[in-house]
Every structure is written in C-alpha cells, then in structure tokens.
Design a binder for this molecule. Structure first.
Ligand SMILES: Cc1ncc(COP(=O)(O)O)c(C=O)c1O
Length: 465
C-alpha cells in the first residue's frame, strides 16, 4: 500500500480532514459490528504469524481481520452474520461465483473416490481437449497455482530455446515467480526492494520495459537473448493499464522477428470472455497461463503451448540427463483438481455466464461514471469484460509508472472500509470490482448507492451537502 501526502493528485476533490474523520468513524463502526471476528482475530493472534493464515491478509482495510462463515454465488456471510455482496470474488479465484454448483457436485462425486494418486483419471483427456478448443493451443500441462504455472512455462521455454532472458513490463505481477520482480527506476532495472529472503540477482536474467513502449521493447529484444516476453495482455495488478491500439500486433511482430516467444498470462484477463483477452483481440501467443478461477476456486492452474514449442520442450526433456526437471509438484493434476477443472470449463465458464457478467459489468461501469461526475471527481473508469476499476486520475494510465503514481493506499482503504460497512466487499488492492454469474442488477445498484454514500462523506464538492 502506498501512502500519499495531502497534496497528492489523487486527492483532488477530496476534503482530506473530512475523509480522515470519516475513516475514524468507520473503524469504530467496524469494530462495533464485528465482535465475533474480533474475538477470532484475537485467538488467531496467538499462533498465526501476523494473526492471519497469510501475512498479506492484513492488507485489507479492516482494523482486524474479517472472518468468513461461508460464501456462495455473489455473497459472503461473515461470522457476525452480515451478508456482504462480493465484488472481490477472491481477487478472481471466485470469478464465476463462490462454490459454483457444477464444481461442488464434481467435488462431492470425487470426495469418496480419492484425491491424489500421482496417476491420471478420465478427467485428464477431457480437460486437455476442452482447454485446446477454448484457447487454440494444442498442448497443456497443470500446476497448483498461477504462480507455479508461470514458473514452469518460463522454465520450459528457457530449456526449449536455450535462451536465458525473460522480458516483463514494468509494474507487472505474475504471482511470486521470483524472476519478474524487477522494476524500472529512473529508467534502470532494479530488483524490488520489498522481496524477502531473495539472494539471487534477478536483474541478471530479467529485462524490464514500460508497457505500450514499442521502441523500448525493440531495443531489449534486439540483443537476441530473450527467451520470452511474459505479460498480461492488459496490466491489471498496478491498477489497470490498457494496451494502446495496435500495441499488441506490433509487439507480437517484434517478438517473433527477434526469435523470442510470447506468454500471455490470462489469469485476470479471462474476465474478457471464454477464450480470454488474447483470443478476443487476435493475439496469437506461443503459450498461455491461467490459474485462479479455472477450477472454480479449487487450487489448480494450467499452461498451454503451441505445437512447435511443445515439440522443442519435449526434445529438451529427452536431451536432458535423467533426474529432476525442476518442474512440477506432487499434488499437481490431483483427482480433485482435475474434476473441478472439468466441471468449471464445461459447465461454469460458459458463453451464457459471460453474457450475464458483461451486461452487469457494463451497468456497473456506466453507474460509476455517473457517480464520479456527480461528485466532480477527476477519476477514470476502466473495464476489461467482467473486471471494472476506478483509478485516481482523469485519463487511464499508459504504463506501470503512470499507474503507480496514482495509487493512494490510504484513500483506497477508507473507501473500501466505508463500502464494507455498507455491505459491499471490493478487492483490497486498488479499486477493482468483479462481477460473477450470480451478480444481479440489485447488487450493482447496492454497490453504486454505497459508493455514492461514501463519496458524499469525503468529497469537497458534495452535491448532497
Ligand atoms: C496475472 C496474475 N498471474 C498470476 C498470479 C498468481 O496467482 P496465484 O497467487 O494464484 O499463484 C496473479 C495473482 O494475482 C496474477 O494477477
């Protein structure tokens, strides 16, 4: 979370002393309405590092961790009995709703038939076929998380091409695959200083350029040693950054010309449509990664590759001495995960589910425009299918540096807490909202009303004041 001074451009139109008074009231209100969560948080503090299962669960806006009782469809019920409308959706893990019925049925069916044998079930071939039809790539492998899928595809490509360098865009996030944590600071590649326990020099094999910067991409590729470009087709993890018209077709031509490969990480941009952003926009990647929602939220991920890459990858394995490949984990491709993926791919991630989601997201985006206009806030709204975001700048950022400059953790948190206290959950990082097949027009209206109420409390020019 980045904090900003009062004069930060993100705060144009915000009455900061008023906003801080609002935050104090909201924190008190949160504590009063969540006694069970408070009690569980205090208990967890005794034996969990930082009091939570994963340290960054403390990055939410709440004074202490909100504890969940159950989650279903577009809703989360917390342990104090509040029904929250969920627009975070596990930051995409539950993009098709919590506990989607076909995935739940597949898990129940598998539950008494074993979980892990290190052997294939009948689901394997069916999932492979479904993936290749959906994404137009013929060969697939599995992983436990999108992080691992990224790690493994990069290794396969390095092995297959004999090239060592990875090229990424400034401000990217592809999970905790170490190689990508290199930022551009004053035009220079610098290893991200927040990394814990990282002892290798990541700048040695990772190059970084700004998104939408074709000359910089070309200059980096010209050195002839880049194995692959690993990218989201739209950056989503530093706030959203859309590709400029023509960027990807030109970038793809450059990547091909210089003998590198293109890996599209569609983990978030699968929000675009059934075949992801790349397929919808004619980007022909050599490899594709998808995690999070591919098993309906059950831990698993997939990566696919073109026929020519697959051939080189198999050759590399054949040529390598026997022994550990450094790719794969024991539970990868386990029976539960394969059953979950088969159900999610064939019965949940359907064109009709997307049609509903895109309609709701469109309604959300236009409602957000109206509210921002009403409160005279110079903020923009960006949308990639079911994923919508407002950013603290008048025009969408064009690259990671621009997007980073307008992040404002304090302002985000007080908005998020105001929304949570009004029954709405949005992603703790920046201002991203996802809709799922169970999101209704009433849910969207509830979010817009809650945001309107919060902004009325913190803006300088509140029309309702
Ligand atoms: C684009 C992208 N790729 C990969 C990942 C890693 O996913 P996971 O944390 O499930 O490994 C993320 C996580 O946010 C992501 O946004």
């Amino acid at each position: 979370m980045k904090n900003s001074p009062v004069s930060h451009p993100s705060r144009t139109g915000i009455d900061w002393p008023r906003a801080q008074a609002f935050l104090a009231r909201e924190r008190t209100h949160y504590a009063a309405r969540n006694p069970q969560s408070a009690s569980l948080a205090a208990q967890a503090q005794q034996h969990l590092l930082f009091g939570v299962p994963l340290h960054w669960m403390n990055d939410w806006c709440t004074p202490f961790a909100l504890h969940v009782a159950h989650a279903s469809g577009a809703g989360v019920t917390d342990v104090d009995g509040h029904n929250l409308v969920d627009f975070c959706l596990g930051d995409t893990g539950a993009m098709f709703g919590h506990a989607p019925a076909p995935v739940a049925a597949a898990l129940v069916h598998q539950a008494t038939r074993g979980y892990t044998t290190m052997l294939a079930t009948a689901d394997a071939a069916a999932v492979g076929q479904s993936l290749s039809e959906r994404f137009c790539l013929p060969f697939w492998q599995f992983a436990m998380s999108a992080t691992d899928a990224n790690r493994y595809i990069v290794r396969w490509i390095r092995a297959a091409t004999g090239r060592k360098k990875l090229l990424v865009f400034n401000g990217c996030y592809h999970g905790t695959i170490e190689d990508v944590f290199v930022d551009l600071v004053n035009g220079q590649p610098v290893q991200r200083s927040s990394l814990l326990g990282q002892v290798h020099d990541l700048t040695e094999h990772t190059m970084v350029v700004e998104f939408n910067d074709l000359p910089a991409l070309e200059a980096a590729l010209q050195q002839g040693d880049v194995a692959c470009v690993l990218a989201e087709p739209v950056m989503t993890n530093i706030g959203m950054v859309l590709p400029e018209p023509g960027f990807w077709s030109a970038a793809q031509a450059l990547i091909r010309h210089h003998g590198a490969l293109l890996v599209m990480d569609e983990t978030h941009t699968i929000s675009t449509g059934p075949g992801g952003y790349a397929r919808a926009h004619g980007i022909e990647a050599d490899a594709l990664v998808l995690g999070k929602p591919v098993g309906g939220g059950v831990p698993c991920a997939v990566y696919g590759m073109s026929a020519s890459l697959a051939q080189c990858a198999m050759q590399a394995k054949q040529d390598a001495p026997p022994g550990h490949s450094g790719i794969g984990t024991t539970l990868t491709g386990n029976m539960l995960a394969m059953a979950a993926m088969r159900a999610a791919l064939t019965e949940v991630m359907t064109p009709s589910a997307y049609a509903h989601m895109l309609t709701q997201a469109q309604a959300l985006a236009s409602g957000l425009h109206s509210i921002l206009q009403k409160h005279r806030l110079p903020w923009c709204v960006t949308q990639v299918g079911a994923r919508t975001e407002f950013q603290f700048c008048a025009t969408p950022p064009r690259n990671g540096s621009e997007a980073d400059r307008v992040l404002d953790g304090e302002l985000e948190h007080l908005i998020h807490l105001g929304l949570l206290n009004r029954g709405i959950l949005i992603t703790p990082f920046h201002n991203m909202m996802l809709v799922c097949p169970q999101t209704t027009p009433a849910h969207v209206a509830q979010l817009l009303d809650a945001l309107d109420a919060v902004l009325s409390e913190i803006t300088v020019l509140s029309p309702s004041a």
